[in-house]
Write a protein that binds this ligand. Structure first.
Ligand SMILES: Cc1cc2nc3c(=O)[nH]c(=O)nc-3n(C[C@H](O)[C@H](O)[C@H](O)COP(=O)(O)O)c2cc1C
Length: 199
């Protein structure tokens, strides 16, 4: 009797259940985790390009991000034209990197803004895991979103139901400047983490 239940159950588990990847299984997760705890914003980039395969991997991380009710409300615009990057960066005096990614989501629902943030962060983590320097910004996305003429949305192929919410710069750090030691301090763990019940 037990065998009749156990064997089909094992076959189901082995064949049908999706395998959820986990760094903890057979891998040392410490290098990856240090990206999350020690990764810093890069403020100055060199002109060295981002490898195409790496860029694809980074974008896959964005495309596969979870979203509210799995709506995947984003369009991910990958800009490598230095002139366009310079123009958009100049509207906010922001960073300039060889790759600028704009994340646009369906307008009019704050949950979608959270989705945009998650997709942006997924791509940032993927880029950092591949050894790239990154910076998230909102200012260039805001410039595109608030452009009443619609010139930027048209130029970048952003559909009218979507609004640019976040920007991710990816490249290599300009080694002639120091991005890391000027990094902003983080709040003390105990001042922001609350356990319920408190133990
Ligand atoms: C959601 C978000 C929006 C940001 N927007 C801008 C921006 O518009 N312009 C800018 O120069 N930096 C922007 N930043 C960069 C932050 O100022 C930076 O990540 C923060 O100071 C932490 O820097 P650190 O990682 O070097 O400590 C943004 C960062 C995040 C996460």
């Amino acid at each position: 009797m037990l065998k009749r239940i156990f064997v089909p159950l094992m076959v189901y588990v082995m064949l049908v259940c999706p395998v959820v990847p986990s760094l903890a299984e057979g891998h040392d997760p410490s290098a990856f985790l240090s990206i999350l705890t020690e990764g810093k914003t890069n403020w100055n980039f060199s002109t060295e390009p981002v490898n195409e395969t790496d860029l694809h991997t980074i974008l896959e991380a964005g495309v596969n991000t979870a979203s509210a009710i799995n709506e995947q409300p984003w369009i991910i615009t990958v800009i490598t034209d230095p002139e366009i990057i310079a123009q958009l960066a100049d509207t906010s005096g922001s960073a300039k990197a060889p790759v600028m990614i704009l994340i646009s989501v369906t307008s009019g629902n704050e949950m979608k803004i959270l989705d945009a943030g998650l997709a942006t962060q997924s791509m940032q983590i993927a880029a950092r895991a591949l050894g790239y320097a990154t910076k998230i910004e909102t200012a260039p996305a805001r410039a595109v979103r608030n452009d009443k003429s619609g010139k930027w949305a048209e130029k970048l192929g952003i559909p009218s139901d979507k609004a640019a919410r976040a920007t991710l710069f990816i490249g290599h750090a300009d080694e002639t400047t120091d991005s890391v030691s000027s990094a902003s301090a983080r709040n003390d763990f105990n001042s922001v983490v609350v356990f319920v019940p408190d133990n």
